[in-house]
Design a protein around this ligand. Structure first.
Ligand SMILES: [Zn+2]
Length: 277
C-alpha cells in the first residue's frame, strides 16, 4: 500500500528482468497504484515457474497468470508471498487449487503445503535461486526476494515503484528503518541493479531509491517532532498538518503512519505529556 496517488505511472504489465516478468492485476486504487504486480520467475528454458504474489482473488487475473506460464511451456512449481495483505495474498489459495503448487509464506496461516519462507533461506526452483530477505516494517511478515542471477530484488510493499510505503497497523517503524538499512547494504553487497516492487513501475536505481526512502522517513519524523513542538497532541491534528498536501481520502492511511511514528518516538526520544494516538 502506498500513500501516493495512482496517477502518472508506467504500466508494469509484461515488464521485468531476464528471469522475472510482471503480470499486472486489474485492481488499481490510490492504495495499490496501477494494481498489484504479480511476478512470474523462471530461468529461460526451464519447465517450471515460480509465481510471487498472485494478487487479489480475481479469477480472470489468476487464469491470465496461469495461461502465461503454460504458454511458455512451464508449470507453476511454487507460489511465494511477500506478505499477507489481501491485495497480494488473497488469490493464493485459488491459484494453488488451479495449479497444484504449494504456497510458501512467512506467516504460517497463509501456507499451503507446509513449507515456509524463512529469512536467510534459499528457494531453488524454476532453475533459479531465490534468497529470502527479512524486511519487516510495512507488516510484521514482510519479506523481500533476492534474485541474484538478475541482480534484482522483489520488494513487495517494502519499497514501491512510486511514492512511499505506509506502515500498516501491524507494522513497526523501527523494524522498517532497520529493514531499509539492510536492503541498502544488500544493494551494494549484491550489486543490485533493479527493484521489482509489488505496485508501480520497475526501479532501475536501487541505491538512489533506498536513500530516498531513508531520508523521507527521517524528514517525516522531523515533521512530526515539529508538529509536537507546535502543540499538536492528537493523530488527527498531526495528520492535518504533516499531510496537508496529500489527498484527504488517504488521511486514514496517513494516520497509521503517524501512529507508527509516534510509537517510534515514544520508544526513542520520548513524547511530550498528553499525546493521544
Ligand atoms: Zn501491503
Amino acid at each position: 500500500m502506498s500513500q501516493s496517488p495512482a496517477s502518472g505511472g508506467v504500466a508494469t504489465d509484461g515488464m521485468g528482468t531476464a528471469r522475472a516478468r510482471c503480470v499486472l492485476a486489474p485492481n488499481p486504487s490510490p492504495m495499490t497504484l496501477d494494481g498489484t504486480n504479480t511476478w512470474v520467475i523462471a530461468e529461460p528454458g526451464s519447465a517450471q515457474a515460480v509465481v510471487v504474489d498472485p494478487g487479489p482473488d480475481d479469477e480472470s487475473h489468476l487464469r491470465r497468470v496461469h495461461k502465461q506460464v503454460t504458454a511458455a511451456g512451464q508449470q507453476v512449481a511454487r507460489i511465494l508471498l511477500t506478505h499477507s495483505h489481501p491485495d497480494h495474498a488473497e488469490g493464493a489459495a485459488t491459484f494453488a487449487a488451479m495449479t497444484g503448487a504449494p504456497v510458501l509464506a512467512a506467516d504460517p496461516a497463509y501456507r499451503r503445503g507446509g513449507e515456509g519462507l524463512a529469512p536467510g533461506a534459499t528457494i531453488g526452483a524454476a532453475g533459479c535461486e531465490i534468497h529470502v530477505v527479512a524486511s519487516p516494517g510495512h507488516t510484521s511478515d514482510s519479506v523481500c526476494l533476492h534474485l541474484p542471477a538478475d541482480h534484482a530484488l522483489l520488494t513487495g510493499d517494502t519499497v514501491l515503484g512510486r511514492g512511499t510505503t505506509v506502515i500498516a497497523s501491524d507494522g513497526n517503524l523501527a523494524d522498517y528503518l532497520a529493514s531499509l538499512d539492510r536492503l541498502r547494504a544488500l544493494t551494494d553487497q549484491a550489486e543490485l541493479t533493479t527493484l521489482l516492487p509489488g505496485h508501480g513501475p520497475v526501479l532501475a536505481d536501487p541505491a538512489a531509491t533506498l536513500d530516498y526512502y531513508i531520508s523521507h522517513r527521517q524528514e517525516r519524523l522531523a515533521e512530526i517532532t515539529a508538529a509536537l513542538d507546535a502543540g499538536d497532541r492528537t493523530t488527527a491534528q498531526i495528520v492535518a498538518r504533516v499531510y496537508a498536501d496529500v489527498d484527504r481520502s488517504l488521511w486514514p492511511f496517513a494516520a497509521w503512519s503517524v501512529r507508527a511514528q509516534l510509537e517510534y518516538l515514544k520508544d526513542t526520544s520520548g513524547l511530550p505529556p498528553g499525546v493521544q494516538y
